[in-house]
Design a protein around this ligand. Structure first.
Ligand code: UDP
Length: 235
């Protein structure tokens, strides 16, 4: 394995599956668990951040007459719902997990304590970070970068529904081509939308590589962690 400790960022929206008929699609959850378990069996230490966009995003708040900050907290709580679903599905597969939250909610999860998170990882438990960083005006991408730096992960793996970073939006432009590798500087200069600026800068300043890859393709996660070419590496 090229990477020994990883931080996997999953989007909340992806949990809906292609049909989007439900907020949490059990087939998507199953597929994610199988991929993650395969990785754990290879003794890779795994931390996960999952988004909340399938349930609520802070950006939606104002249109609903809800205060922005309140909306952001609602978004953070949404990530906890997804994290709990993922935790439960992983444990059904016999995988040990811990859910750590950026907002204290003792009845459902542990508070985030950096040293404890590292200890869980060393013991082979999958650590899911819920509730973002616990502050409004941030995203789960920023959470992924920050937690990855804090627990000294080797890489941030951004699982998406496209297989990497393209010259332009591949869903709109058929002539778009995929980058296999990029430097942080190139990605910045070309204004490629890999993560929000806060998240991106944190990775760049800490020399923490990011890999954008297609999480829906079977076996891809393992491939990426082995260091095989699948997606786009930003380093
Ligand atoms: N959020 C926040 N602080 C954080 C993490 C998340 O305020 O540290 C809120 C923010 O409103 C965001 C929402 O939680 O819109 C859901 O997270 P995100 O949109 O990043 O989820 P994704 O789009 O990846 O599903």
């Amino acid at each position: 394995m090229k990477y020994k400790r990883i931080l996997l960022k999953l989007s909340g929206e992806a949990l809906q599956g292609a049909s989007k008929s439900t907020n949490i699609n059990p087939d998507v959850l199953e597929q994610y668990c199988a991929e993650i378990k395969a990785l754990q069996q290879e003794k890779v230490e795994i931390a996960i951040v999952i988004g909340g966009g399938n349930i609520f995003r802070g950006g939606q708040a104002e249109a609903l007459g809800i205060d922005r900050v309140q909306g952001d907290y609602m978004g953070m709580l949404a990530t906890v719902i997804n994290a709990m679903a993922l935790q439960s599905a992983l444990e059904r597969h016999g995988v040990y997990t811990r859910l750590m939250s950026g907002i204290k909610m003792e009845q459902v999860c542990e508070p985030f304590i950096r040293r404890r998170a590292i200890r869980h990882l060393e013991k082979g438990r999958i650590v899911i970070f819920g509730a973002g960083i616990g502050n409004p005006y941030f995203t789960t991408d920023s959470t992924a970068s920050l937690r990855a730096v804090e627990v000294q992960a080797d890489v941030v793996l951004k699982g998406t529904r496209v297989d990497g970073v393209y010259t332009k939006d591949p869903e709109k432009f058929p002539d778009a081509t995929r980058y296999t590798k990029l430097s942080f500087q190139e990605a910045y200069e070309k204004n490629l939308n890999i993560m929000d600026m806060t998240a991106f800068t944190l990775c760049m300043e800490n020399n923490l590589p990011i890999i954008v890859f297609d999480m829906n393709k079977k076996g891809n996660l393992l491939k990426v962690v082995k260091g095989e070419e699948a997606g786009t590496l930003i380093s």
